[in-house]
Design a protein around this ligand. Structure first.
Ligand code: SF4
Ligand code: SF4
Ligand code: SF4
Length: 202
């Protein structure tokens, strides 16, 4: 045990330890060299923040933790997954008295979701991105009882791409990941396995 008097400093090392240390030093130098070479060639990829929709638990912190007044996170809708349900669990409060568009029946606190009748019994649901405050209420309802077609996404044209994202630091689900800036949006219907294959750095 080191007693703080630095007795370890003068300790002799064995030949095996010496060779091992040389090896570690050489590996570190090689890594630095490769990184420098990649950087010099412009291969360093710009990364941005995104949310893994399969990890997010809709805890509500995306609304409150962003450094921006209105969070850079907003709700997205994958229409290929949607059931176009008449009773949409993302649109209606779970204690709604009537299945009408009255504000008192809607889950969204800002009226950001509109629905359009398609044909009985199908409705299409659209998010007004400017009104969305990323509270996640609709996402929670859709994921708990529906197809999970609603999900939260970092909007790259709004996000400041802070080096330490404040939401990421607070996220209890470790759902924030760094992804390449040239393909920054997850397409949820591809599923978790395909996303993991497409984004190996996650
Ligand atoms: S902080 Fe994490 S778990 Fe909470 S809503 Fe945002 S991404 Fe989802
Ligand atoms: S319920 Fe919340 S997350 Fe969903 S659209 Fe409305 S503000 Fe956005
Ligand atoms: S990187 Fe900054 S601006 Fe973007 S979501 Fe995180 S805290 Fe908000």
């Amino acid at each position: 045990m080191n007693d703080g008097s630095n007795k370890e400093v003068g300790k002799r090392i064995t030949r095996r330890e010496f060779v091992a240390r040389l090896g570690r030093g050489a590996s570190a130098c090689a890594l630095v060299g490769v990184s420098a070479a990649l950087f010099a060639r412009g291969d360093e990829q710009e990364l941005v923040w995104q949310i893994d929709p399969f990890k997010c638990t809709q805890c509500g912190l995306c609304q409150t933790e962003c450094v921006l007044d209105q969070s850079a996170v907003r709700c997205a809708h994958d229409f290929q997954m949607c059931g176009y349900c008449k009773f949409c669990f993302g649109f209606f409060r779970d204690d709604a008295l009537e299945l009408t568009e009255g504000a008192e029946n809607q889950a969204c606190p800002t009226g950001a979701i509109t629905r359009k009748f398609i044909e009985d019994p199908y409705y299409e649901y659209t998010i007004d991105r400017d009104l969305c405050i990323a509270c996640g209420k609709c996402v929670k309802g859709c994921n708990q009882f529906g197809n999970g077609s609603l999900y939260l996404q970092v909007q790259q044209d709004i996000c400041l791409n802070c080096s330490e994202c404040a939401i990421s630091a607070a996220c209890p689900a470790n759902a924030f990941v760094r992804v390449p800036a040239d393909r920054p949006y997850f397409v949820k219907h591809l599923g978790p396995d395909e996303l993991a294959r497409s984004y190996p750095m996650r």
